[in-house]
Design a protein around this ligand. Structure first.
Ligand SMILES: Cc1cc2nc3c(=O)[nH]c(=O)nc-3n(C[C@H](O)[C@H](O)[C@H](O)COP(=O)(O)O)c2cc1C
Length: 281
């Protein structure tokens, strides 16, 4: 059955079902499982007729919208449990195994990240695979300098604890990825940015959330390093001047898996219950 007219057909079918005093399932695809076989047998021919008539009436609808609704997946409970596990087991990874990562897998992850939402569909993310050993070395030197400065700003027990933290996996990670926002892009035609120009970089950050989860789903760990000087790193990477650095990422196979954040495990910062961040107005 074509699904061009599924929405109106379903609305129509719901009317009929309610006239027949039959409980209405949440979605048409669930009809079979929702009703007992007998009820379905009674209703099915009627539904088919309704769908056919409405489909004929909607034959002028655009082709691509038909395709989209026909192929739309149904996410079941198993999927939701897996998704929850993925979210729970995503980690900021700084301890990498030396195993190489296939470049094709990185391309696939970036392809998925680029499906993220962006203001006006501007897609302002720009990815730089940092392959040059020399450039990597300079960036690691910058991290070390920034990290030493950061440590100097803490005192007492906090300083001692900070000094024990591993805050970058840059030495070991097989993949280094710098992520920029093209502040000059005309894609998206400025929509949504007039009063909130920061929406372009926010869009890039959103894509990084997608990348983090996609990587984890493929068994790849990702670590975000922000203890760097963005001007220096941008210069080292020699990218267009309109690009602003959003993230420097390390990727690779993780050496260990944890359900809790490393900074929690090492006593730096616990997770906070969501209820303390939730207001109602
Ligand atoms: C914007 C951003 C910047 C971050 N910068 C660093 C960093 O420089 N070094 C580091 O070790 N972790 C960094 N992290 C990772 C956080 O420490 C980590 O997300 C947090 O402790 C929670 O751990 P989890 O990601 O494993 O849940 C950064 C994360 C974000 C989102």
């Amino acid at each position: 059955m074509r699904t061009a007219g599924l929405e109106p057909a379903w609305a129509c079918a719901r009317e009929i079902l309610s006239l027949l005093c039959i409980p209405i399932p949440p979605r048409p695809r669930l009809v079979k499982t929702y009703f007992s076989k007998n009820v379905y047998a009674r209703v099915s021919p009627l539904l088919t007729q309704v769908f056919t008539i409405v489909n004929m009436n909607n034959s002028t609808e655009k082709n691509n919208s038909k395709e989209t609704s026909q192929n739309a997946p149904v996410f079941d409970n198993d999927f939701r449990l897996n998704l929850e596990n993925l979210i729970r087991w995503r980690r900021d990874v700084r301890r990498f195994a030396p195993d190489p990562v296939d470049d094709k897998l990185i391309d696939e992850l970036l392809r998925l990240a680029a499906l993220a939402p962006s203001v006006g569909n501007s897609q302002p993310w720009r990815f730089v695979k940092v392959k040059s050993k020399k450039r990597r070395t300079h960036i690691i030197e910058d991290f070390e300098a920034c990290n030493a400065d950061a440590l100097a700003e803490y005192e007492g027990e906090r300083a001692k604890l900070y000094a024990t933290l591993k805050l970058s996996g840059m030495q070991e990670a097989p993949i280094h990825l710098a992520v920029f926002c093209d502040e000059s892009t005309i894609d998206g035609h400025g929509i949504g940015q007039k009063t909130m120009p920061e929406m372009l970089p926010y869009s890039v950050v959103g894509a990084l959330g997608t990348l983090w989860l996609a990587a984890r789903a493929h068994g790849i760990g990702m670590g975000w390093v922000s203890i760097i000087n963005p001007k220096i790193v941008t210069k080292i990477l020699d990218v267009p001047k309109e690009w602003s650095l959003i993230a420097y990422l390390c990727l690779g196979y993780p050496e260990e898996e944890h359900i809790d954040p490393e900074l929690q495990r090492y006593g730096w910062q616990d997770r906070i219950d969501i209820s303390s961040f939730l207001l109602e107005r």
